[in-house]
Write a protein that binds this ligand. Structure first.
Ligand SMILES: Cc1cc2nc3c(=O)[nH]c(=O)nc-3n(C[C@H](O)[C@H](O)[C@H](O)COP(=O)(O)OP(=O)(O)OC[C@H]3O[C@@H](n4cnc5c(N)ncnc54)[C@H](O)[C@@H]3O)c2cc1C
Length: 413
């Protein structure tokens, strides 16, 4: 830790933590602790999965993004003591002391206690999850010979995505498009099957009607089987049991992906401070904890009242909050008045399969191939640092963003 009397410690290097570190003035020496060595631009994890973008585009290393005056520690935080002002990190023989703490540890998958879900489904929150899903799809395809009857191929290549929020829709359409492409390349008979399972009565419940039209159309075009009002009861290594209208059915699956919800990070769950019913930290309009004015919390772990409701649990909110957190940390150090801010939605952009997207900007929605290009342009602007944005923008423009097919294992680059 830097030897100053205002030691700033940031827990988490995602949208909230990294952008706070980037927005702090250089004079404010800070330490960022993250269990990863890279930032992850989650809105494009789908494109990483489909091979439309590369790892370095969406997961730049902190070393490339942060100046040397920000100390980096790669380790998982296991405990936070707000009274002693200490943070304990795993695998390090040290306790970190702070004067100002920024909590931005994000969420984890919420399996809602469904038997087998945690053990047998693949979450979709990190690069490793996307890699694992791709590997499972290739392995399943490799097991199917071209002369297998269509109905057997269909059964052997059944994949399910649980949760039809934006994540479930974006991922299922990408999976379906990649599988259809693989069927053509491998001359397989019949069709793959991608199920999208949703407990509620419609897909993307948090999105406006304008964009929903494009989403529903894309699900049809990608031939994703949507099952609303359907609850997952159990998951095993090779099957998924669902209940619809009181009737249970078991479906053989090659892989099940869990995009069914997020809960607060366990390290935050342990803190005995003011929280909402869902366990989110209740922060003041300045992002400070109510009972600890030297602790700022933002992103998926915090409940910020003065924000459009649809922003809850989004990178958009964490990114905007980071600007306010950095400004308020400076003001706190200087003994000045801390600011508050109202946060609005910046627009919506969803990837729909490998060829289309839908974008809502300035109150108007559009879709198709042009929206896919617009989404790339829009997201270039949201990546961290000018240097990284320019490199990525140039790469997408000149080298293209063509998906990487699900080739047999022996033929992969
Ligand atoms: C696949 C996917 C797609 C998404 N798409 C969109 C989108 O299109 N638009 C949008 O606005 N939002 C999107 N989101 C939501 C968005 O990613 C989150 O709202 C946002 O990342 C929250 O920011 P955060 O800083 O709170 O947490 P995160 O960005 O999750 O960052 C948390 C950080 O803390 C680290 N960490 C966690 N636990 C520990 C620990 N114990 N010790 C040390 N470090 C730890 C993590 O490695 C990570 O670096 C998406 C999320 C996912 C998973």
């Amino acid at each position: 830790m830097p030897a100053t009397k205002n030691r700033i410690l940031i827990v988490g290097g995602g949208f909230g933590g990294l952008f706070t570190a980037l927005d702090l003035p250089r004079a404010d020496r800070a330490t960022l602790v993250s269990d990863e060595d890279h930032f992850l631009f989650t809105p494009m994890l789908y494109e990483y999965f489909s091979g439309e973008v590369e790892e370095w585009h969406i997961a730049p290393k902190y070393n490339e993004l942060l100046d040397e005056d920000v100390t980096r520690i790669q380790s998982a935080v296991t405990n936070i003591n707000l009274t002693e002002q200490t943070v304990l990190v795993e695998n390090k023989d040290q306790t970190l002391n702070y004067d100002i703490l920024v909590l931005a540890a994000g969420g984890v998958s919420n399996y809602a206690g469904i038997p087998g879900a945690e053990e047998h489904t693949i979450p979709f929150r990190k690069l490793a999850h996307a890699d694992l899903l791709r590997q499972r799809m290739v392995e399943a395809l490799d097991r199917v010979p071209p002369n297998l009857p269509p109905q057997d191929t269909h059964r052997a290549l059944t994949f399910a995505v649980v949760g039809a929020g934006a994540s479930g829709v974006e991922l299922s359409t990408k999976m379906a498009d990649l599988l259809r492409d693989a069927f053509n390349r491998r001359a397989l008979s019949g069709e793959p099957r991608v199920l999208l399972i949703e407990m509620g009565d419609r897909v993307v419940p948090g999105m406006g009607e304008q964009i929903r039209e494009f989403v529903e159309d894309a699900l049809k075009k990608s031939r994703v089987e949507v099952h609303t009002l359907t609850r997952v009861v159990r998951v095993t290594e090779k099957s998924l049991t669902v209940e619809h209208g009181g009737v249970q059915s078991e479906i053989e699956t090659a892989a099940v992906v869990w995009t069914g919800g997020v809960r607060v990070n366990p390290v935050i769950e342990k803190l005995d401070v003011e929280k909402t019913k869902r366990g989110l930290l209740l922060v003041k309009p300045t992002l400070q904890l109510q009972s600890h004015e030297n602790v700022f919390a933002l992103g998926d772990i915090a409940f910020y009242q003065d924000a459009t409701a649809t922003l809850a649990g989004t990178g958009q909110l964490a990114l905007q909050e980071a600007g306010l957190a950095a400004r308020n940390i400076r003001a706190f150090i200087e003994g000045e008045k801390l600011q508050t801010k109202h946060f609005e939605e910046l627009g919506e952009a969803v990837s729909l399969g490998t060829e289309r997207a839908a974008v809502l900007a300035g109150g108007k929605a559009f879709g198709g191939a042009l929206a896919r290009q617009a989404r790339f342009a829009l997201y270039t602007a949201r990546l961290p640092t000018w240097h990284h944005r320019l490199r990525v923008g140039a790469s997408w423009f000149f080298e293209g963003t063509t998906p990487r097919p699900l080739l047999p294992l022996g033929l992969q680059r």
